[in-house]
Design a protein around this ligand. Sequence first.
Ligand code: CP
Ligand code: NVA
Length: 307
Amino acid sequence: MRHFLTLKDYSKEEILEIIQLSIKIKAETKSKVFKNYMPKQTLGMIFEKSSTRTRVSFETGIYQLGGVGLFLSSNDIQLGRGEPISDTSRVISRMVDMIMIRNDSQKELEEFASYSKVPIINGLTDKYHPVQLMADYLTIIENNLEKDLKVAYIGDGNNMTHSWLMLASKLGFDLSIATPKGYEVDKDILAQALEFAKISGATIRTTNDPKDAVKNATVVTTDTWISMGREDEKEKRVKDFDGFIVDDILMNNANKKAIFLHCLPAYREYEVSTEVFERHSEVIFSEAENRLHAQKGIMVWLDQQRD
Ligand code: CP
Ligand code: NVA
């Protein structure tokens, strides 16, 4: 049995196999062919944080696969009142077939997984957002940009950045990350990515200069400067991130055919200008839709790995 906790645990071949499965299931879905890949299965969905895309895509996805999604807000289950993770995992994993968790701690997610009888999927933690990256890579393929791929990430060194580090270093593409001073990526995660890059041939660069990072990029991406749970730091962060907006001036330094990706929700005139967002909105909303298709691929693949 496999979990989907971070791309660190996945080989290039496995990542591409899941993507191919997602492409196949997406094509079936678009032709209104809904195969019962996971009949009568229940996906438990534990949310300790807000969500629009993750909740709607997982709940719709499991339904289209023949199963049902069970939304569990941590405010409403005993976990929120202090029932141990170990007990919660042992109880829920005896009743459902797969569990998705969004919380504020990769460590607690991994603890939950260690007690679980069923596959656990990371729906975002403090450290990683791997399901988003699968949707992003699917979008890159659909835009025929996977060859000679050069991604520039501009902004906060956060869960999205760490996931880009894992994807790039596993698949072997170029990634340039520009963060303001003091908002760099986690050193251990960067070190790990650099190790993987030695094998895959990825080029990973970090800088504090956005212009330098976007040079020749075929994909430019960013994320909110104020992740969930960081709301108290808004005033300071807005000052510290001055000069890190992805606007037309910055995009002009990228490759002419560059697309812009955003995991959403987007905050216009902070991390991205309204003009850049609207010009790339078709790709951005396809990226959002791809959450549904990529996660169906992940769920079916995990289901196929069971003993
Ligand atoms: N991108 C993303 O995970 O969106 P939600 O927070 O709405 O789930
Ligand atoms: N970095 C953001 C991603 C939201 C999808 C956050 O953690 O809030």
